[in-house]
Design a protein around this ligand. Structure first.
Ligand SMILES: NC(=O)c1ccc[n+]([C@@H]2O[C@H](COP(=O)([O-])OP(=O)(O)OC[C@H]3O[C@@H](n4cnc5c(N)ncnc54)[C@H](OP(=O)(O)O)[C@@H]3O)[C@@H](O)[C@H]2O)c1
Length: 361
């Protein structure tokens, strides 16, 4: 009989991950069984684990403490369904545990299905939704499935950051992007370039990265300037927004010290440098967390849901195409390779030119 394999992560020490094997149990009433084809593992997945308690990520797929199942973005197929309106064979994009399969209490929706498990009630609708590839307005060519899993959520964040900043601070001169080699940052830079090309206006994009990733970021040709973290104190003294995917407290503090009130907005997006200690910020406004759902609401209220989705879909398709020039998809197959992938991404040992796609089988 087939066994269920999952990768659990120690909530108190997220670099520690262990494989678990168990017998499969029969599917319950009102449930669907999803066979997980693959998931993407990026710094974003590590951040879910790091902020699992604070932001509720450990609650997506409950496990016995101190172990947890980290949600990861990917693709699955409905293998068995006890839910009317959910057909076996349907392919779905969404958040999955790092495992062979997952059984969820589901309800059919117009665009796929929704996880209706009682433990999911407190989670944002976007995290409970699985989009069926035959009805998904953001679907791209099935041949690009892995790039889609790697880039969709990260690009959408970059795209929304761009529109948020463009709306609130249209004339700002400079945008300083920390962890410029991350896919989310590249998504933002790509969206900002597109707007600048269309409208003729937009900030100068300054990418801040580690010395080892500088050549990669330069080669993207998306940022106007590329500097290292150590060079932050030399930033040009002009009205600036900070877009921080790194969470490297010292770098943000250095930017604030250097530019003070010239900073019009300082945005916290991520913590790819998950080990970096926080630092107090003096000078300019205090950094604020970016909350993507509010920006989605604003755009839908302003332009309508159709226009919002159409613009995002066009941007995502163009970004996936663009990624062929800088992102190589690397497949890790089998439980051990999956576990190694987690450890390597956690350790920052995967170069920015590589996108890791993992599957248990
Ligand atoms: N708030 C939101 O809604 C939202 C949405 C999407 C993403 N994010 C956040 O954005 C961040 C980037 O995510 P991503 O998936 O786009 O990242 P990614 O593509 O996997 O980024 C890789 C880059 O992150 C830095 N990095 C990764 N691991 C590191 C480590 N252990 N030590 C030091 N640096 C490390 C390096 O960049 P540098 O050398 O250039 O620093 C590396 O090239 C994550 O923290 C994620 O949670 C937030």
């Amino acid at each position: 009989m087939e066994e269920h394999v999952s990768l659990v992560v120690n909530r108190t020490s997220i670099g520690d991950a262990e494989l678990r094997r168990a017998a499969m149990s029969p599917l319950g009433d009102g449930q669907v069984r999803l066979r997980i084809d693959h998931v993407a593992i990026t710094a974003n997945t590590i951040t879910y684990a790091q902020f699992g308690d604070l932001l509720g990520y450990w609650g997506f797929f409950p496990a016995d403490e101190p172990w947890g199942l980290v949600p990861a973005i990917g693709s699955a197929t409905v293998e068995q369904s006890h839910v009317p309106g959910v057909d076996e064979g349907t392919r779905l994009h969404g958040w999955y545990p790092m495992a062979t399969t997952v059984d969820i209490v589901a309800a059919a929706t117009a665009t796929g299905l929704r996880d209706d498990g009682p433990h999911r009630a407190g989670h944002a609708p976007v995290y409970r939704a699985f989009s069926a590839s035959d009805r998904d307005p953001l679907a791209t060519d099935p041949a690009d499935d892995e790039r889609h899993s790697l880039l969709r959520g990260l690009y959408a964040t970059g795209h929304l950051i761009e529109s948020f900043l463009d709306h609130r601070w249209p004339g700002v001169t400079q945008s300083v992007v920390m962890s410029a080699s991350s896919k989310t940052a590249i998504g933002y830079a790509f969206a900002a370039r597109r707007t600048r090309t269309t409208t003729g206006v937009g900030p100068r994009l300054v990418g801040v990265t580690s010395e080892g990733n500088r050549a990669f970021v330069d080669g993207l040709d998306l940022y106007d300037d590329v500097i290292t973290y150590a060079e932050v104190p030399g930033l040009e003294h002009v009205p600036t927004v900070i877009v921080d995917m790194a969470g490297a407290g010292a770098a943000v503090a250095a930017a604030h010290r250097a530019l003070g009130d010239l900073i019009v907005h300082s945005m916290i997006v991520g913590k790819s440098h998950h080990d970096a200690p926080p630092a107090a910020v003096a000078g300019g406004p205090q950094p604020e967390l970016f909350f993507a759902p509010s920006e989605v609401e604003r755009q839908i209220a302003e332009a309508g849901a159709g226009a919002y989705t159409q613009r995002l879909a066009a941007g995502l398709a163009a970004f996936i195409d663009h990624s062929r020039g800088w992102l190589e998809v690397e497949r890790r197959t089998g439980p051990d390779a999956f576990a190694d992938a987690w450890r390597q991404v956690h350790a920052g040992a995967v170069p920015p030119s590589v996108g890791v796609i993992a599957s248990m089988t």
